[in-house]
Design a protein around this ligand. Structure first.
Ligand SMILES: [Zn+2]
Length: 176
C-alpha cells in the first residue's frame, strides 16, 4: 500500500552530491490525491537529488502510462506519461515565497515531500485535450456509436429547451 510518507525525503541525511531514488507508481498513488485526475496508472519515477550545502537540485524523470478517457467519446484511453522536470531548493535564513521552480526552505527544515511534485509532473505530461488519437498503445478512432448518441441527444436538447424554458415565453411576451 502506498502512502504519502513514502515520498518524504529527509534531505538533511543525504550525502553531499548525487542521491538516487526510484518509485514505482500504481493505482494506489492516485488514491492518495483528493480529486485526482487519474485513478489508474503505472509510472516509473526516477529522482536524482544533487545535494549541496545550501542548494538542492531535484531532477525528476517520469515514464509510464495513466488511464483516462476520451474527451470526445468517453472511451477509456491509455495515455503516455514521459517527461522530466527539475526543482531547486534553496536553504535560506530568510525563506521567501516559492517562485515557480525554486522552493525556499529554512535551515530548520529537515525533509521535503515530493508526492505533489510527482503528481503535477505527471499531469503536465498529459495533453490538454485527450482523444482516442492519444491512445498510447494504438491510435484508435472515436467510438462511433457513442458519437451518434451524443450528437442525437444534443440536438434533442436544443430542440426542447426553448419550448420548455418558461423564461423564453416571458421574453416573447415582452417582445410582443
Ligand atoms: Zn474518442
Amino acid at each position: 500500500m502506498d502512502s504519502l510518507a513514502n515520498y518524504s525525503i529527509e534531505f538533511v541525511k543525504l550525502k553531499l552530491g548525487h542521491n538516487n531514488f526510484d518509485y514505482k507508481i500504481s493505482d494506489a498513488f492516485f488514491s492518495l490525491k483528493e480529486n485526482s485526475l487519474f485513478q489508474q496508472g503505472s509510472v516509473n519515477v526516477h529522482l536524482n537529488i544533487d545535494r549541496k550545502e545550501r542548494l538542492i537540485n531535484l531532477d525528476f524523470k517520469v515514464d509510464g502510462i495513466v488511464k483516462s478517457e476520451c474527451d470526445v467519446c468517453l472511451d477509456s484511453l491509455d495515455l503516455t506519461v514521459n517527461g522530466a522536470e527539475t526543482i531547486v531548493i534553496k536553504i535560506s535564513d530568510e525563506p521567501k515565497e516559492s517562485d515557480g521552480e525554486i522552493i525556499y526552505l529554512s535551515p530548520n527544515d529537515l525533509s521535503i515531500n515530493v508526492y505533489d511534485y510527482i503528481y503535477e509532473i505527471i499531469c503536465t505530461c498529459i495533453p490538454m485535450v485527450k482523444t482516442c488519437e492519444n491512445n498510447a498503445n494504438k491510435v484508435k478512432a472515436c467510438n462511433a456509436e457513442m458519437l451518434n448518441f451524443l450528437s442525437a441527444s444534443s440536438e434533442e436538447n436544443s430542440n426542447i429547451e426553448p419550448q420548455t424554458d418558461p423564461r423564453w415565453d416571458k421574453l416573447k411576451k415582452i417582445k410582443d
